[in-house]
Write a protein that binds this ligand. Structure first.
Ligand code: TXA
Ligand code: MG
Length: 326
């Protein structure tokens, strides 16, 4: 891991946004805040710049990137057509944490889409992300700004810890408001198909159009990135139920282990402990930062309380299960 001082973290003011635009125009990489997590951006129309993203992250070349736009007009540059379902979802949820998979325009390089004829597009609501895309005047391809397989970054320091000098500039916009990635849906057909759960809940999408789930029946396969080991800190992650937390009795739990929880803990105080205020949105916001903090505290095993799989709890549990795979 690169030391923090190697990375260039700067305040996301107008001057530094102009610097970031110059770097992007020259084919370089810039990290920037979004309302979900920090992104590692390059010009989406520059195939060579997009390849630099895969290299910097150590990302498998078959895992496509999300393209970020500042609105519907810019979306039209990136996709072949915008079907009526996509228009309805955009009217309801953009700007915000919803990524749409649509047919790609010829101009989008295959290095961005990992060879697919489709492209994933979203319009972030974070003012710094919006200002950066608008100042560039072009779409920005950006996956989460972590090394491949690591927890997503929700603060500028997390990006610096993972990428160091591999990124030319990190625009610091403070902690991310949502803290968990966008929801990805395939919007090419007449019903949205959920490819990756995220901060926008299936319940909210269902109010606009009845949603189907990629894993059930003959629907589209899940988004390629969901195949890989993901979101894993260097410590082990184990999932525990709320009743185990309340009882304070967890098999194998030692004092030097860590605990991330909501329910009242009934056992002796462990070496590392983070209690998140009740509510799955607060849990989503704290999750990745807590995984990274436990790692910094050199915890061996982090025990994490599970959530009911409703609303945003569904996305939290998806990330937790993958963090706990070993
Ligand atoms: O909130 C977010 O979505 C953040 C911020 C930075 O916007 N980005 C993010 O990107 O989470 P990343 O690269 O960590 O995840 C992108 C996901 C991967 O699972 C990838 O497989 C999927 O998007 N994806 C990209 N293009 C796709 C496509 N054409 N079809 C299906 N899935 C696609
Ligand atoms: Mg990611």
């Amino acid at each position: 891991m690169q030391p923090l001082k190697d990375a260039s973290i700067v305040q996301a003011d107008a001057r530094n946004i102009r610097r970031a635009v110059d770097i992007l125009r020259a084919g370089g990489l810039v990290a920037f805040p979004t309302e979900t997590v920090y992104g590692l951006g390059a010009r989406a129309f520059d195939g060579a710049a997009a390849r630099r993203i895969y290299h910097a992250k150590g990302r498998p070349s078959d895992n496509p990137l999300i393209v970020h736009v500042d609105g519907e007009k810019m979306l039209e540059l990136v996709v072949r057509r915008v079907p009526p379902l996509a228009r309805r979802l955009i009217a309801a949820f953009w700007p915000g944490p919803l990524t749409l998979v649509l047919e790609k325009a010829t101009r989008v390089p295959f290095s961005v889409t990992a060879g697919h004829q489709t492209v994933a597009v979203r319009c972030p609501s974070h003012p710094v992300a919006r200002a950066l895309i608008s100042a560039l005047g072009e779409p920005i391809a950006a996956p989460s700004a972590n090394r491949s397989g690591r927890p997503s970054p929700t603060r500028a320091e997390h990006v610096a810890d993972d990428l160091g000098k591999r990124v030319a500039l990190i625009l610091d916009g403070g902690p991310c408001r949502l803290g968990l990635e966008s929801t990805i849906v395939d919007a090419r057909g007449c019903r949205p198909v959920l490819l990756r759960p995220g901060t926008l809940t299936p319940e909210a999408i269902s109010r606009i159009a009845s949603i189907s789930f990629a894993s059930s029946g003959r629907a589209a396969p899940p988004s390629p990135g969901t195949r890989y080991r993901h979101y894993a800190p260097s410590c082990r992650v184990k999932l525990i139920t709320p009743s185990a937390v309340r009882s304070g009795i967890i098999p194998g739990f030692r004092r030097r282990d860590g605990l991330l929880h909501i329910s009242r803990w009934g056992g002796p105080r462990p070496a590392f402990v983070r209690r998140v205020s009740a509510g799955s949105a607060a849990y989503a916001r704290a999750l990745f930062a807590s995984l990274r903090a436990a790692e910094k505290a050199e915890v061996q095993t982090l025990f994490v309380e599970t959530l009911p799989e409703r609303g945003i709890g569904r996305a939290v549990m998806d990330r937790l299960r993958r963090a706990a795979e070993s």
